[in-house]
Design a protein around this ligand. Structure first.
Ligand code: PGA
Length: 223
């Protein structure tokens, strides 16, 4: 069983459309586990059997932290997973490896499964960046409880996906460091998804294609 994580990011911009997407994806028949990560505001709109994930959370359980959401709240809303350290969180919201490490610990304590995103920017040494993100992000954590998503930043939302061969090189490096399941993310679509699975990835993290009804259904079927 492969894991297909749909990261809707801050989309769609209204609840009617969110409901329509949920309803459409509720009908997908697949042996793979499909996880929908909608914006927090739409978590409560998901049909009963949708497997849900959060896109982020804070590391505290509750308290005076305006605008934040705790792992326990996500769990209470039915989330089984939560994405931590997505490159947009790192780049736009200034999350560093120390913050990400605290979040992963809090998520595990709450009993949900963290999906840690790692990946290099264009021009970076991929090995070095990924290994550092893993070492710092997972300090003091049993990696077998965490899922890793390798997402080269330059491949996210660009259509310029990482070749399966190159991605596999990094997958092997990650595999030497952790006991986690490993996903690929970055411009995954219905046509390229199988090539990552065939290389040995345990699933994919999908952004743009997870908002297109027919395309996402084909992607899940082709995985
Ligand atoms: P993309 O996004 O599939 O649109 O490249 C992936 C992600 O941001 O997780």
């Amino acid at each position: 069983m492969k894991l297909i994580i749909a990261n809707w990011k801050m989309n769609p911009d209204n609840s009617l459309e969110a409901k329509e997407l949920f309803r459409f994806f509720d009908d997908i028949e697949s042996d793979n586990e499909v996880v929908i990560c909608p914006p927090f505001a739409f978590l409560g709109l998901a049909p009963e059997r949708t497997v849900l994930g959060g896109q982020n959370c804070f590391w505290k359980k509750e308290g005076s932290f305006t605008g934040e959401v705790s792992p326990l709240m996500l769990k209470d809303m039915g989330c089984r997973y939560v994405i931590i350290g997505h490159s947009e969180r790192r780049d736009i919201f200034g999350e560093n490896n120390e913050i990400i490490n605290k979040k992963i610990k809090a998520v595990l304590e709450a009993g949900i499964i963290p999906i840690l995103c790692v990946g290099e920017k264009k021009g970076d040494n991929a090995n070095r960046v990924v290994v550092r993100q893993l070492e710092k992000g997972l300090e003091g954590i049993d990696s077998s409880n965490v899922i890793i998503a390798y997402e080269p930043v330059w491949a996210i939302g660009t259509g310029d996906f990482c070749s399966p061969e190159k991605a596999d090189e990094i997958r092997k490096i990650i595999k030497e460091k952790v006991k986690s399941k490993i996903l690929y993310g970055g411009s995954v679509n219905s046509k390229n998804v199988k090539s990552y699975i065939d290389k040995g990835f345990d699933g994919v993290l999908v952004g743009g294609a997870s908002l297109k009804k027919e395309e996402f259904v084909s992607l899940v079927k082709n995985a």
